[in-house]
Design a protein around this ligand. Structure first.
Ligand SMILES: Nc1ncnc2c1ncn2[C@@H]1O[C@H](COP(=O)(O)OP(=O)(O)OP(=O)(O)O)[C@@H](O)[C@H]1O
Length: 208
């Protein structure tokens, strides 16, 4: 499964942030999103995941093909670790949560309420969710926040395994994950809010 963006313009609060952006994420590929703070990486990921519409352009896949890992872990605090994963598995029509528990070193925490986990443990659980979605395309926003070096390693291994089996991942991160990856820098696509094409037509008419 391939994710293609064509001539995409993405916005926050109605203001274009990135424009004219095109890329293809192929099966087996890891693409690392780079760009300074505020350059639009989160906005791009949210748009690709279908959480907000693009101002222009096209995304080739529906949101149902995509697993999106946002800043917030989206955990249900009163449910245990295993119950959280089982809940997501049922939402996604999958069953087996054991590989996700194992891969993210959560076996010993399986019966702990999510709300009692440390920040890094919560993040591991949020990332374990990716495995139970069964989805081919992972879009990840700063996935390693709160993770120690060992957990970053677990995450990198999970991504390696995912892409080795035909999946793909687009990851906004400022750190080196030690993965074989290509870099996609969004900086050249920064939108110019004062571009002539954004000047209201009525303004031009006043001078004709
Ligand atoms: N809810 C919002 N309403 C309006 N503008 C927003 C909102 N959230 C973010 N922005 C603005 O949109 C622009 C792009 O922000 P975005 O979060 O996509 O950048 P980013 O590249 O992910 O940044 P960072 O590396 O700091 O996470 C920024 O100028 C930001 O201030």
């Amino acid at each position: 499964m391939e994710l293609t963006a064509r001539d995409l313009t993405v916005s926050r609060g109605g203001v274009p942030v990135l424009e004219g952006l095109s890329f293809t994420l192929k099966p087996g590929q890891v693409l690392v999103l780079r760009g300074p703070n505020g350059s639009g990486k989160t906005t791009l990921l949210r748009t690709l995941a279908g959480l907000q519409p693009p101002l222009a352009g096209e995304v080739s896949l529906p949101p149902e093909a995509i697993a999106y890992g946002a800043h917030a872990d989206g955990l249900k605090g009163t449910l245990t670790v295993a119950e959280n994963l089982a809940f997501w598995a049922s939402v996604h029509g999958t069953r087996d949560i054991e590989p996700a528990l194992t891969r993210f070193n959560l076996l010993g925490l399986r019966n702990r309420a999510a709300q009692s986990l440390s920040a890094g443990q919560k993040r591991r659980l949020g990332l374990a969710r990716l495995l139970v979605t069964g989805r081919a395309i992972w879009l990840l926003d700063e996935p390693t926040v709160s993770l120690d070096a060992a957990s970053v390693g677990l995450f990198a291994d999970a991504v390696r395994t995912h892409v080795a089996s035909g999946g793909a991942a687009l990851i906004a991160t400022h750190i080196d994950l030690g993965l074989e990856a290509e870099i996609f820098d969004v900086t050249p696509f920064k939108a110019d809010p004062d571009a002539p094409s954004r000047t209201p037509a009525a303004f031009d008419e006043a001078f004709t």
